[in-house]
Design a protein around this ligand. Sequence first.
Ligand SMILES: [Fe+2]
Length: 311
Amino acid sequence: MIKVQDVIATNYRVPDLDKMEKFLTDFGMVRARRDASKLYMRGAGTLPYMTSVEQGEPAFVSVTFRVETMAELEEAAKLPGSSAITDATGPGGGKQVSIKGPDDFRIDLVHGQQAAEPLQVREPLQVNFAQQKNRVFTLQRPANEPARVFRIGHCVFKVTNADAAVAWFRDTLGMLITDRIHVPDNSKVTLGTFLRCNKGKNPADHHSILCLQSEPGDIKVHHSSYEVQDPDAVHIGHYWLKQGGYKSEWGVGRHLLGSQVFDYWRDPWGHMFEHYADGDLLDDTAVPGDYPGTQENLAQWGPELSPTFFQ
Ligand SMILES: [Fe+2]
């Protein structure tokens, strides 16, 4: 059975690669490779790239997951609508299969990708808490710079049938349901469901995928999300992007489900990108939660929800 182990890349298409590289650089990524028609951006962690961008009409192209075995790729290649197994052309190489997900979203599975050398970045900040002092004679001076992203955390799909999409991610990619949110006065109607990778007793992010119930005509990727070093980096990144003239969508705040300190931004074509830090980790024993979809359950603190957040 296929059990994806992590989301490792998002793949976009935009008309102006220079403009997108500038945005992603200000967002905290670093160029891994670029040729005439394709750009690969990496973070400071061991992923050789985590966002690829091809030239063309603005669109989300696909999300990429890592699988542990070649047998899983072979199984994926037999699914209806799948590609054959090919060489993955991005940095790090490996083998790849593209499969057809809910609402025909393209999902790429990669096996055998070579890890990259991590980049040199500042150490996580030592924080002096009221009840616990961790820093004496050491000054707190994080640089004013783009928030260095380390890895991709998750991707959110707007789908025509959230329950069917969740069943697909569970049954086809071996994912586990973490939390469901429902219409506040009708617990039978799903608004969205968070799914995490099944890594057994190893900790997995609270979610690698969220499926949001939407309408035909509004089927798209809502946002993709990238982990930065610590909550200070989320705030520093906010002011860096603000100074760069980009569009802030919502943040800085702290989510309830997943607990991440979050901050959402739009790229020049309106795709939403999120910085986060300090998210929850769970193993395969966590019992699924079920919550009414209220604003209090979206964020524990932070600015009022942006009216355009779900667009
Ligand atoms: Fe998110």
